[in-house]
Design a binder for this molecule. Structure first.
Ligand SMILES: *[C@@H]1O[C@H](CO)[C@@H](O)[C@H](O)[C@H]1NC(C)=O
Ligand SMILES: *[C@@H]1O[C@H](CO)[C@@H](O)[C@H](O)[C@H]1NC(C)=O
Ligand SMILES: *[C@@H]1O[C@H](CO)[C@@H](O)[C@H](O)[C@H]1NC(C)=O
Ligand SMILES: *[C@@H]1O[C@H](CO)[C@@H](O)[C@H](O)[C@H]1NC(C)=O
Ligand SMILES: *[C@@H]1O[C@H](CO)[C@@H](O)[C@H](O)[C@H]1NC(C)=O
Ligand SMILES: [Zn+2]
Length: 817
């Protein structure tokens, strides 16, 4: 997810961004260093006050300073005899008191169950209830882990559930809709730029009918257990229940909260389904379903007649793929396996290394791996640019397994795709960031083995550790950046500014080309740095701490990951790409950067707007969740009102984005896909997410057939002409031919005047019609050399040309080319 655009909005001078922030104010969000002294909350919501200010000394230099606070480590309650979670390393004193010595857990402490789905929206709004709420925007349906508020408070999309101030006994309730084994609770405070609110302790109650309630007991005292909760707005705090409880309803009852604030929280509930009629001996019953949930045969098994409470429908996919999260090593292994399974259509290669030295692996899939075939377009998917947005990575790993498998089975659609295109999949552009996020989740990943189920999950191996992986404890931002703290989506060279300046001076396309803008000289230096403005713009609440206009920007280096991708883009004649992110559900298309300097957001279409809107609409229209007209918005914007597509700059400006760079520096059209509300979905959501995106991923790649394609050749020799320019009348953006003279020009249906030109040749223009039929429409060119070029070649070959002939030739054709 792109995060909350708070920075540019706040320091944009004179653009009138109505964010209610005083234009010179500092956006301060530093969580308190300790919990000992509660901070009093800032002024009332109605008048967003100066947030806790620091360093604002009122100068007016046009610079920005920002500081990213390292996310606090999670505070996990350690427990006696609980083998699973290793104590978390903290680089600061623990901020909540640990009940380690006091909670007397049963010997057979059940490990964590998967999340019920407050974050992923699997739990619907009407399953959430509360004793009271301050406003609709702070209603119980907003009490979801990691939900993000908008820039302002007091609208429909605030960042938590908050009880009314006068509510003396607040509660927040989740209806699981069927009997469920509750095993833990994760809470966060309120996401807001303007206020601090979090709950510091709560009790937990259960019910089967929402009338009679029983509490979670403290085994040593026999009293209601009081769970220590949060000490800052963002860090998720997990409490495992002393004893898991089977019930339908669970309530959190805040007991204490930040002084001066109100009772506000965002939560996730850990819960295992309970199979009716089955024994739950050893406490493992709840896991069976979890382990099985990806099994084809389980999905088809008849319902248990003794089951009084029918199970929630199993989330699943019929494709027998490896639905797990893969860290670097596991990813590498999986790619190797796919390569071994489908040696004829795959090739694994690396495009470079991360800062930490992890390789950026690419899976290439095509009928002639390793070769660019004349006329065959190259397409790519890039995922994991933000390391904590893990779904794209897994989807690409699933896609490669799927393509391999379906190719072996002879599926005609997949076979055609692999025969007609060369597909490159980069699952992890930022492996360092992913490892950071994964380690946090991975700590909880050492569950007990799955119960033995004959035939179950045989593809994946039996008795493997029960996974417990998801973003539940990663928070919203950890792992986003690379190891150097660089946001890779602001790290590409800004080619928009030079292009637009040249356009303003009337130089495009005659003096300055409208395509393949060169890397600025500074950017090619080994010590090159880029402006950090963009990095600030996209930083998320909880990570961004202060922005002021007063000190020099800390320069941000060009990351090795960025350089590797740029080299890759320059090496391969890509035509179409998507950049997979997470944390929202929307497809955004270039430009990502606003044309008006300093504008926080502004519609900034490319000359190829129609094509880009079509490409985005294709993905959004085939993604199952985006297709749902009744889906609720993820965070604070309802993209479904506009077909789930948006111009990137109209959302929030991102200078130095990969999409803009790809469009301006290469032939490749790239959009950004925000795949899901949850950045790091739990493993048991992966089959569903695969089904949500499978068709979209295939259909999007097939769009490379849209438009015209052909080869530009020398009329005499029939050889392809590299770097010939293909211009389309009315579209101020040209593409060029690859080294074999082949080109692809994505276009929507219509009649186009297409011109091919190359140095030393007469240009040729012809009409090409793109229809609604599947293309691409062939549109070939044969160019004849100019006399001047023939002369040059003659001279180069050592021929003596009589001076008068030379003069005549030059007079005839001199200015023509
Ligand atoms: C503003 O702050 C900067 C850095 O903190 C300092 O160098 C400068 O003297 C301050 N200016 C004023 C007017 O306080
Ligand atoms: C359990 O009780 C002990 C004292 O009896 C107390 O110190 C501890 O904080 C309690 N834990 C919870 C979770 O209520
Ligand atoms: C609640 O329902 C579950 C499942 O039917 C049952 O096992 C449990 O005993 C019930 N608890 C109470 C207190 O009624
Ligand atoms: C790969 O191609 C070779 C030669 O065409 C063929 O014999 C072999 O069966 C193919 N292997 C697979 C896994 O498709
Ligand atoms: C980067 O290197 C160049 C050439 O080595 C040097 O002139 C320039 O000052 C350096 N820039 C920075 C910011 O270090
Ligand atoms: Zn992202």
């Amino acid at each position: 997810m792109w995060g909350l655009l708070l920075a540019l909005a706040a320091f944009a001078p004179a653009v009138g961004v109505g964010v209610g922030a005083p234009s010179t104010s500092v956006l301060g969000l530093a969580p308190p260093a300790t919990t000992g002294a509660p901070i009093s909350t800032p002024a009332p919501r109605s008048s967003p006050a100066q947030p806790p200010a620091e360093k604002n000394n009122g100068t007016s230099e046009q610079h920005v300073q920002f500081r990213i606070i390292k996310k606090k480590k999670i505070v996990m309650k350690k427990r006696k005899k609980l083998i699973r979670p290793r104590p978390l390393v903290t680089d600061r004193p623990p901020v909540t008191t640990s009940p380690a010595e006091t909670l007397d857990l049963p010997e057979k402490q059940e490990p964590g169950c998967p999340p019920l789905g407050l974050e992923s929206l699997r739990v619907t709004d009407n399953q959430l209830e509360a004793s009271s709420s301050q406003s609709f925007g702070l209603g119980p349906h907003r009490g979801r882990l990691n939900i993000q508020s908008g820039l302002e408070d007091g609208d429909l999309y605030d960042g938590a559930w908050c009880a009314e101030e006068q509510d003396a006994e607040p509660w927040f309730q989740v209806d699981a809709t069927h009997p469920t084994r509750f095993s833990g609770v994760i809470t966060q405070g309120r996401n807001s730029i303007w206020r601090y609110d979090w709950v510091t302790s709560y009790k937990v109650q259960f019910s089967n009918d929402s009338r009679t309630w029983w509490g979670s007991r403290n085994r040593s005292s026999g009293m209601d257990a009081v769970f220590p909760a949060n000490s800052d707005p963002e860090t998720p705090v997990l409490n495992l229940l002393p004893e898991p409880q089977v019930a339908r309803f669970i309530r959190l009852l805040p007991q204490t909260w930040l002084e001066g604030g109100t009772s506000c929280l965002r939560a996730e509930i850990l819960a295992c389904p309970v199979s009716g009629g089955q024994s739950d001996k050893a406490g493992w019953a709840g896991y069976n379903l979890h382990c099985e949930c990806t099994l084809p045969h389980e999905l088809n098994s008849p319902p248990d007649p003794n089951d009084l409470f029918p199970e929630a429908p199993a989330l699943g996919s019929l494709d027998p793929l490896d639905f797990r999260h893969h860290n670097y090593k596991a990813m590498r292994k999986l790619m190797k396996q796919v390569n071994e399974q489908c040696p004829n259509i795959t090739r694994v290669y690396s495009i470079g290394k991360s800062h930490q030295g992890l390789k950026l692996y690419v899976m290439e899939m095509s009928d002639q791996p390793g070769e660019h075939e004349l006329g065959e377009p190259e397409v790519r998917y890039v995922a994991g640019m933000h390391g904590n947005e893990a779904l794209g990575r897994e989807l690409l790993l699933l896609l490669m397994q799927f393509l391999c498998r379906e190719f072996l089975r002879g599926d005609p659609r997949v076979t055609r795709l692999l025969t007609e295109t060369r597909i490159h999949l980069l699952p992890s552009m930022n492996p360092d960031g992913y490892e950071t996020a994964f380690r946090r989740v991975g700590r909880l990943a050492q569950g007990p083995p799955c119960p033995f189920l004959p035939g179950a999950r045989s593809l994946l191996g039996l008795n493997k550790p029960l996974p417990w992986q998801g973003s539940e404890l990663v928070g919203w931002a950890e792992g986003r950046w690379n190891k150097q703290g660089i946001d890779l989506n602001h790290n590409f060279a800004d080619l928009n500014t030079p292009l637009w300046e040249a356009e303003d001076d009337g130089l495009v396309p005659d003096t300055v080309p409208n395509h393949h803008l060169p890397l600025p000289a500074y950017y090619t230096l080994p010590n090159a740095t880029v402006s950090i403005l963009g990095a600030v713009a996209e930083a998320t609440v909880g990570a961004l701490v202060s922005v002021s206009r007063h000190s020099s920007p800390a320069p941000v280096q060009v990351a090795p990951e960025t350089r590797a991708v740029i080299d890759w883009m320059e090496r391969i004649p890509f035509v179409l790409s998507a950049n997979l992110h997470g944390g929202e559900l929307v497809v955004s298309y270039p430009f990502d950067m606003t044309r008006t300097p300093w504008a926080a957001r502004e519609l900034t279409p490319t000359p190829d707007d129609t094509v880009f809107r079509w490409l985005s609409t294709v993905y959004a229209g085939t993604n199952r969740v985006m297709q749902d007209p009744d889906r609720r918005p993820c965070h604070n914007q309802d993209f479904s009102l506009h077909g789930n597509v948006i111009n990137g700059a109209d959302w929030h400006t991102v200078p130095g984005s990969m999409n803009d760079f790809s469009y301006l520096h290469t032939n490749c059209f790239e959009v950004t896909v925000e795949l899901s509300c949850d950045k790091f979905p739990h493993e048991n959501e992966l089959p569903q997410e695969w089904e949500n995106n499978k068709d979209a991923l295939l259909t999007y790649l097939e769009q490379v057939r849209m438009g015209i394609a052909g080869v530009v050749r020398d009329k005499d020799t029939e050889l392809g002409i590299a770097d010939a320019v293909i211009a389309v009348d009315g579209i101020n953006h040209d593409v060029t031919t690859a080294w074999g003279g082949d080109y692809w020009r994505l276009l929507t249906p219509g009649d186009y005047m297409v011109t091919a030109s190359a140095e030393g040749y007469h240009t040729v223009t012809r009409n090409c019609r793109v229809t609604f039929e599947e293309g691409p429409v062939p549109c070939n060119f044969r160019l004849t050399k100019t006399p001047k070029q023939r002369l040059r070649e003659l001279l180069a070959a050592g021929a003596k040309v009589p001076p008068d002939l030379r003069r005549r030739l030059e007079r005839l054709r001199g200015q023509k080319d």
